[in-house]
Design a binder for this molecule. Structure first.
Ligand SMILES: Cc1ncc(COP(=O)(O)O)c(C=O)c1O
Length: 430
């Protein structure tokens, strides 16, 4: 059974070019797409091992991790309060609330924190600081002095830079965060407060990343976290699948091909949703389906699925603006690395308008007190659009990944609630 409808490529391209919301099955999909991948479940398990080794140190540097012993994880919440909006029954809708992920409040922290830890481990090992295997010792004066000679550099629309800056500074590493024009003032202010250098760029995400890469390449003491090309980030995101497996078990959810779980993942450059897709397919196979969601003005992964042989194709090439209220997803060109790793594994695609995302920011707040940024609410807008078109088994369940927002200050969040929905944003027709 095909859950999501296939559509002729020409029809989809016309809709994307016109900035209209669309829904389509991945035309590149093949079963068992990960079979020949150079990455595997063993890589994800190794990453999970590294996160566990670092947990005592994280617990020591981030007081909010006291209760979880240094493990950074978000809850899987029942979505019953919202199910009726989309015509689902009780227990069919679930929310994976990375919007409330401790430390940095977004899905990007899964990769960002992980890559900073991997880098810190490498430096510590080379400096002979890890002889006893006790990672708490990496909080010592000697270790922090060693870390302070290195700077982590990153380019970001906001949330990746935020998580990397906070983690690097907590360990005593330098942090230089290059922010694209979308990045919010409060994230920059908070980074500066912890001693990170914030470099503001007038241009889009791609130009901020390119500039950060150029600066870092010229200096051996700078380490560049490459949101477009990093396998380390990708594997960091993928660890979410192992955590979700435990949470599914606790909730009594057993994904099978007859009772699949369909997961909605907001997508920008592709790293976070791609890594999570990789993890979910590695852990659950085809019992879990993934649907990537992008704004109508920045549908870069959707576009690449229609033009697989054009790695440099951008949303500007089809007349879209890359301007959207969903700042985390304002990315003009998808990561080629991610596309190569999961382009044939993803099940479906949806593009959504700015007003639709804002509608869900309002509903989730009103009905569940779930504070979401527009990117974080995109999965709901996609679910609402897909369900009427879906051929779905009665026992299917749906997980909306809310990818960011709990840390939004009131003065950023409240205007989203009062925005008139009919005129909100720049994202085209609903
Ligand atoms: C809140 C939020 N959701 C989703 C994404 C998309 O992640 P990616 O750019 O890795 O596709 C981002 C990216 O910054 C984000 O900040």
């Amino acid at each position: 059974m095909q859950l999501i409808p296939s559509r002729p490529a020409g029809e989809v391209m016309r809709a994307l070019s016109a900035g209209q919301p669309c829904v389509f099955a991945n035309p590149l999909k093949v079963p068992d797409a990960l079979a020949n991948s150079r990455l595997s479940l063993a890589d994800i398990e190794a990453a999970e091992g590294r996160l566990r080794r670092f947990a005592p140190l994280l617990q020591a540097v981030f007081p909010e991790l006291e209760e979880t012993g240094g493990i950074i994880e978000s809850p899987l919440l029942p979505g019953d309060a919202l199910a009726s909006y989309v015509g689902l029954q009780l227990e069919q809708l679930w929310i994976k609330a990375d919007s409330a992920l401790p430390v940095a409040g977004s899905v990007k922290a899964r990769g960002g924190v992980y890559e900073v830890l991997a880098f810190a481990e490498k430096i510590a090992r080379e400096a002979g600081l890890l002889t006893e295997g006790d990672y708490r010792s990496l909080g010592s004066r000697e270790a922090r002095d060693c870390f302070s000679g290195h700077t982590v550099v990153v380019g970001s629309t906001g949330n990746l830079g935020f998580s990397i800056g906070l983690t690097a500074r907590a360990l005593g590493l330098g942090a230089e965060v290059h922010m694209s024009s979308e990045a919010k003032a409060w994230k920059k202010a908070r980074l500066r407060k912890v001693g990170a250098t914030v470099v503001e760029h007038e241009g889009d995400y791609r130009s901020a990343v390119a500039e950060a890469r150029r600066i870092a390449e010229a200096d051996p003491k700078r380490y560049f976290v490459d949101d477009e090309h990093s396998e380390t980030l990708f594997i960091g995101y993928a660890t979410a699948a192992l955590r979700l497996k435990e949470q599914f078990a606790q909730a009594g959810i057993v994904p099978t091909e007859e009772a699949p779980v369909v997961v909605f993942l907001p997508c920008g450059v592709g790293g976070a949703p791609g890594g999570i897709t990789f993890g979910l397919k590695a852990v659950f196979g085809e019992a879990v389906k993934t649907v990537l969601v992008q704004p109508v003005e920045a549908p870069c992964f959707l576009l690449r699925a229609l033009r697989p042989d054009e790695p440099d194709i951008t949303v500007y090439d089809i007349g879209r603006t890359n301007r959207t209220v969903a700042d985390g997803m304002a990315v003009p060109c998808v990561s080629d690395l991610v596309f190569q790793l999961v382009g044939k594994a993803v099940d479906g695609f949806v593009s959504v308008s700015d007003p639709a995302m804002l509608d869900w920011v309002n509903r989730t707040w009103r009905d569940m007190e779930l504070r979401l940024e527009p990117s974080g609410a995109a999965g709901f807008a996609a679910l609402e659009r897909v369900l009427p078109e879906m051929e779905r088994p009665a026992r299917a369940r749906f997980v909306v990944w809310t990818t960011g927002g709990a840390m939004l200050p009131d003065d950023e969040f409240e205007p989203l609630l009062t925005t008139s929905l009919s005129s909100a944003g720049t994202g085209g027709a609903r």
